[in-house]
Write a protein that binds this ligand. Structure first.
Ligand code: RUQ
Ligand code: CUA
Ligand code: CA
Length: 618
């Protein structure tokens, strides 16, 4: 059932009675204004929500406000629908072992962030982290496919990720050129079996990648760990909240201190230090690692890092759309901490006193604050995990209150969500074009919100209208476990392609009638084409024991006219989109007849679209 439809029932009752089996609604009927958020059949959503998929390893696209799931993008997982992790091309992106098998089959995506030009999304790329194996992936937005994955050296638990929005040195470069990644877990450096029982020697590194080449540029060794990452609009600062400044190994150690920190990185200085050779390398790796630990950075005028103390085990750091403030949510403290960008930059210039003086607000907002998002009117929206609420508060009022103004009205509204929200994000809220229309609450527990399906429930994504003083719940939608962060991008920022260009694939099979079989010893290459409703070869014969590579180019030119290729018993299943080329390689170890068939419904003769793989007995 579409969410939009559920939400609109109140306004426009369905003409026909619902089927007798339709479940009775359990929650209160939505308010009368909800119909205006319906996306009727045939109409398009206003926004793309590009969401992480947690330990499913994928990234997803939902429409906002409908909540429709539009696409799943396999990244760190295996997906037989498209053949991700099965085709040679996708395996090369994911990474293989010397025997050609995948290096990793799992991943854990949390944070998706896009490329910026002039402080807003330019629709070129999004990046996403893999907390499980410490990787960063890039997805191109014209095809919404992953095109590069980089495994980060010297780290574990790659969690927070953010792009820069401008060059810190050359301010005329107003677009994304770097991606920052914070590591959450401490490990021995290098992690080769040494120091395993000496946690005091473990270290945690912050990584900078080149957005273009996806190569690691440098790493910065910090005190404590890193959780989420955020960047300033002027490109000068990146920041990460730290919940484990204690360097604890067990959770009780990690929450022993009353204050942890938000660590700020002076990007230009770090890059100068790298240029000047002021770095070490770890093990056999060449990546420059600068020392960002507090001891080595006591003098603000040369410091690479600044540790701003914030209350106990903060979670999340987010930047206001005007670029003026970084906000850390308190998690174990019922507060949010507002840090002024300008004061941090002044501290690095030697014009400040203590890093804590960069804090300009610390309102009490509720229990278990995790993530903060913003509208275009100076208000912040923070998820309260323990309260199961979203709290709306005013940033300026929080600053006034911190300065002693007892009349400042900081908290403006609260709304229940269902249940235990983690991330919350607003439409265009992480750009200077924040539009204050929608807030999405990514709830970690759905409990009774949907039909029960056994012990594992899906998550609830709840969309909230934030255009007026009061927040209004618009709709619930389901999400397969488990999304973390997402970005809500106005649809005019994204320009997707309709078909591929055959010339992009150097190994494209250009002849639509190709019957090419090339043998090189035991290696056999089959080049064939697909064009509805047939493959260019009705059959092809190899010998048992051959290593077979099939290269398939789709010659159809119509958008969405995709063909599939499945080979029974050989564990092969993939698709080729219009004008795309894909290939697979396998050992023909089983003699017999194997019907290769089109797996993707393409034509009235889709079922007839087959080819015979004949493997002759050795
Ligand atoms: S974290 S629920 Cu992986 Cu983004 Cu905060
Ligand atoms: Cu080709 Cu189905
Ligand atoms: Ca702590």
């Amino acid at each position: 059932m579409s969410l939009g439809l559920t939400a609109c029932k109140e306004n426009a009752p369905p003409k026909t009675e619902p089927a007798a089996s339709a479940p009775a609604p359990v929650a209160a009927a939505p308010a009368a204004s909800h119909g205006k958020f319906e996306v009727p059949p045939g109409q398009l959503d206003d926004y793309y929500s590009i969401s992480s998929g947690g330990h499913s390893g994928e990234v997803r696209i939902y429409g906002v406000p409908s909540g429709r799931e539009i696409k799943r993008i396999p990244v760190f997982n295996i997906d037989p629908m498209v053949g991700w992790g099965i085709t040679n091309e996708s395996k090369a992106i994911i990474g293989t072992k010397p025997d050609g098998s995948l290096k990793y089959k799992t991943g854990d995506t949390h944070h998706v962030h896009g490329s910026y030009t002039d402080g807003t999304y330019d629709g070129k790329y999004v990046w996403v982290n893999d907390k499980l194996h410490g990787r960063v992936a890039r997805i191109r937005c014209d095809t919404f496919e992953c095109d590069k994955i980089t495994e980060l050296p010297n780290i574990q638990g790659q969690h927070g990720l953010f792009t820069d929005k401008r060059d810190p040195v050359d301010q005329s470069i107003n677009h994304t050129t770097r991606v920052f990644a914070g590591a959450e877990f401490h490990i021995p450096l290098p992690n080769d079996g040494r120091d395993v029982n000496s946690p005091e020697k473990y270290g945690c590194l912050f990584t900078c990648l080149d957005a273009d080449s996806m190569e690691v540029k440098w790493q910065c060794h910090v005190d404590g760990n890193m959780d989420l990452v955020a960047t300033s609009y002027d490109g000068k600062l990146a920041a990460s909240n730290q919940y484990n400044t204690e360097n604890g190994v067990h959770y009780e150690d990690m929450m022993s201190a009353e204050r942890d920190a938000c660590v700020f990185f002076n990007i230009a200085r770090i890059e100068e230090a790298v240029k000047a050779g002021k770095f070490v390398t770890i093990g056999d790796l060449k990546v420059p690692v600068v020392d960002g630990r507090a001891k080595a950075n006591a003098d603000p005028k040369t410091a690479l890092t600044c540790y701003v103390p914030v209350p106990k085990n903060p979670h999340g750091v987010n930047v206001s759309p005007d670029g003026k403030y970084f906000v850390c949510s308190g998690k174990l403290s019922p507060t949010a901490t507002v840090i002024a960008t300008e004061l941090v930059e002044k501290w690095f210039d030697g014009e400040g006193k203590e890093p804590r003086d960069c804090v300009v607000g610390e309102p009490e907002i509720g229990l278990g604050p995790l993530h903060t998002a913003f509208d275009n009117k100076g208000n912040a929206y923070t998820t309260l995990f323990l309260d199961s609420m979203i709290v709306k508060w005013n940033v300026d009022a929080a600053i006034k209150s911190f300065a002693g103004d007892k009349n400042a009205k900081v908290v403006l509204d609260r709304i229940d969500v269902h249940y235990q929200p983690g991330h919350g994000y607003t439409s265009m809220g992480e750009t200077k074009e924040a539009d204050g229309r929608f807030f999405n609450s990514g709830n970690k527990f759905s409990k009774d919100r949907f039909l029960p399906v056994g012990p594992l429930h899906c998550e609830t994504e709840q969309l909230i209208d934030i255009t007026s003083d009061k927040m209004v719940l618009i709709s619930d939608h389901t999400a397969y476990p488990e999304p973390h962060d997402a970005i809500i991008v106005a649809r005019n920022k994204i320009k997707t392609r309709q078909i591929y260009d055959m010339d992009e694939f150097p190994h494209a099979v250009k002849d639509p009638k190709s019957q090419t079989i090339t043998r090189n010893g035991k290696k056999v290459t089959i080049q064939l084409a697909s064009q509805a409703p047939a493959y260019s070869m009705r059959e092809f014969t190899v010998k048992q024991g051959d290593e077979v590579t099939i290269i398939l180019t789709n010659h159809d030119k119509v958008e969405d006219l995709t063909h599939g290729f499945g080979i029974p018993k050989y564990d092969i299943c993939f698709i080729v989109n219009p004008q795309q080329t894909a290939s697979v390689t396998f050992k023909a170890d089983k003699p017999g007849v194997f019907w290769c068939y089109c797996t993707h419904f393409c034509h009235a003769l889709h079922l007839e679209m087959r080819s015979r793989l004949i493997v002759e007995k050795a």
